[in-house]
Design a protein around this ligand. Structure first.
Ligand code: SAM
Length: 218
């Protein structure tokens, strides 16, 4: 199986399931034009996040890792009436591009972008959040998960992106900081009595990776 096939299948499902979306397309185009790295979630992953937020009936969402606001738009669109989303971004230029993209999507009134290293901005937040999406520097995943649990309530959904890393997560002796961060995260989840979780391996237009989805027990 090849990347070409995975992309073709993603495209097939996109034609069937994801209608054209000028605001999301614009967010990707404007991010690329501003020189941001092309590491946003794929459209299918964005829709998956959107569906999870709707299933959770989310009124408050926390995102760690904004980039150009692509996943932010998918998530904010799923907010229940009166809801809001806080997104944390370390790089001011990324936050600036995201702010414009989010405004263009008509979501400026419900999205609050906090600029700075997430470990500095997380202590300023008041929960609880109904859904937390963790998608920033992978070596800090264990800290982000601990914050997510601290800011959670029973039923909170926590999603962590890029946990498979082309299979490298299975390498216990990896010296890659991101892999070590992802493995340390799963050690924490294993030991966390308030959480139950699973991890899904995925292939698609952005290769082989996956996400972990956890829920805080009732
Ligand atoms: N969630 C975005 C999407 O799918 O559209 C992609 C996020 S990108 C993978 C990761 C983002 O996290 C980058 O914009 C990066 O600048 C930001 N980031 C990295 N380290 C961070 C930190 N310590 N605190 C906050 N943001 C950070």
């Amino acid at each position: 199986m090849t990347q070409e096939l995975w992309t073709a299948v993603d495209n097939y499902f996109a034609e069937k399931l994801l209608p054209p979306d000028p605001a999301l397309d614009h967010a990707l185009e404007a991010s690329a034009a501003a020189g941001l790295p092309e590491i946003a979630v794929t459209p299918h992953q964005g829709k998956f996040l959107n569906l999870l937020a709707k299933l959770a009936g989310a009124r408050s969402i926390l995102e760690i890792g904004t980039l150009g606001g692509y996943s932010t738009i998918w998530l904010a669109r799923a907010l229940a009436p009166g809801g809001n989303l806080v997104t944390l971004e370390a790089v001011p230029k990324h936050a600036e591009v995201a702010r414009a993209n989010i405004a263009k999507a008509g979501l400026g009134g419900v999205v609050d972008i906090r600029v700075g290293p997430a470990l500095d901005t997380l202590p300023t937040l008041t929960g609880p959040f109904d859904l937390v999406f963790i998608d920033a520097d992978k070596q800090n995943n264990p800290h982000y998960f601990q914050w997510a649990v601290r800011l959670a309530k029973p039923g909170t959904v926590i999603v962590v992106d890029n946990v498979v890393r082309q299979g490298a997560v299975a390498n216990a002796t990896s010296e890659d900081e991101a892999v070590r961060g992802v493995r340390a995260l799963h050690d924490l989840i294993e030991a966390e009595p308030r959480a139950e979780a699973t991890a899904l391996q995925t292939v698609g237009a952005k290769g082989y990776d996956g996400c972990t989805v956890a829920i805080i027990r009732e």
